[in-house]
Structure formats: C-alpha cells, structure tokens
Design a protein around this ligand. Sequence first.
Ligand code: PEP
Length: 231
Amino acid sequence: MQRKRLIAANWKMHILPAGSCTPDSVYRTRANVDVWVFPSYMDLHSTQYHGLVTGAQCGRAEDDGAFTGDISMQMIADQRYHAVICGHSERRRYHNETDEMIARQVAAALRTGLIPILCAGETADQHDRGEAEDIVRKQISSVRMDPAVIIAYEPVWAIGTGKTPNPSDVEKMHLFIRSLLPAPEKMRIIYGGSVNGKNAASFFAQPNIDGALVGGSSLKPDEFRSIVEAA
Ligand code: PEP
C-alpha cells in the first residue's frame, strides 16, 4: 500500500524559523508530501493563521482542571489544530511522562479528533544492552492503538546528537513496529533522530520509513527544503 510521506517539523522551545509564515514558505504542505509544523504554544495561532498544517508538541489528557501551566487535548482540538506529539523523549525525561500518562494522552487526542504522533525509542544504554525492541514494544503496546495513530520511532541516542542508526536497522525496527499495529499496511511509521538534508534520502529509500520527525534541521529552512524534496 502506498502511504503518503509525512515530514513533521518539531520546533521545540525555539522561535519560528525565518520565512516560515510567508506565502512561499518551505513549511507549507504539498500535494505529494504532508508537511506539518509543531511550534511552541505561543506560535500555534501564527502558523495556523498563515495556512501551515499545525500541531501541538504535547497536551494533557484531562479535559480541564487545576493543572497550572498545562493545556488539554480538548483545548488544542477546540482551536482546530491537526495533530499532537505524544510521548516525545524530552517530555518523558524532563516532565516524567510515563507510558500510562502517554496512553491517556493518545486516547484523549483521538477522542477530541486530533491525530496523535506517538514517539517511541530506546536510550543509548538500552540500545547497547540489546533491549531496543523490548522497550519499543512496551511503549507501543501500553497505548490502545487505533489506525489513526502515527508512530515516530525515535532512538533517544540519535536525537540532537548528529548520530544516526543505519537506515537498514531503522527499516528492521519499523517492520517490527508494523507487526505490533492493528492496521499494519495503512499506518504511517516515521523516523526521528538527526535527520538532515544529506542523510534524509537514505532513510526514505527504505520501504517502511514513511517520513521523518525533524528537530534541529527543521529550524533551517534550506536544510528542511532538502529533506522535504528527498521525501
Ligand atoms: C526530535 O526532537 O524529535 C528530533 C528528531 O530532533 P533532531 O532532529 O534534532 O534529532
């Protein structure tokens, strides 16, 4: 089955890249490749107003309540955003998000009409101990899976480090992930971790890598353009 490629730009806690909201922005989605942007909460309205397909970097599962500083999936959905990242390793690490919390976030995202991008991936130690598949299986199977979910395989040791796994190893992991999914041929599995304009094509040459979640390189419009063109 032909799955449309997705390139997702995770801008983390950075300001909008130059030119992102202009008519000729490289961050606009294309007919043959989905391009979605994930700005900070402060910039969600700007990117959406300028016609970029916009999602949130995280959201809370509860619809409302006494959770200072948090924003619920319901609030994100009410503003007609498209998607939400769930379980990014930086949320797991700096906000102590557990598999159980992430499972509830994915359920809330689905319930409110958002497309969840569920991140899963092993740390460097887990990788060295040969535990990658076990960790990824646990992270994915703790979520009540739905065909609308997009999986982002993000080995933690590759995020922001410039180190990347071999594309054929990523392909193997994506095949393993696909075997855990309810609609294996239909669901998109994207790769994240130090993707750039030079290495993107080698990942996209693999049949089970359906796109990329891009951090650092998504802040550089020319670099990002090369990634989208490779897709
Ligand atoms: C990420 O944060 O999801 C990511 C993949 O970052 P980078 O591209 O910088 O490794």
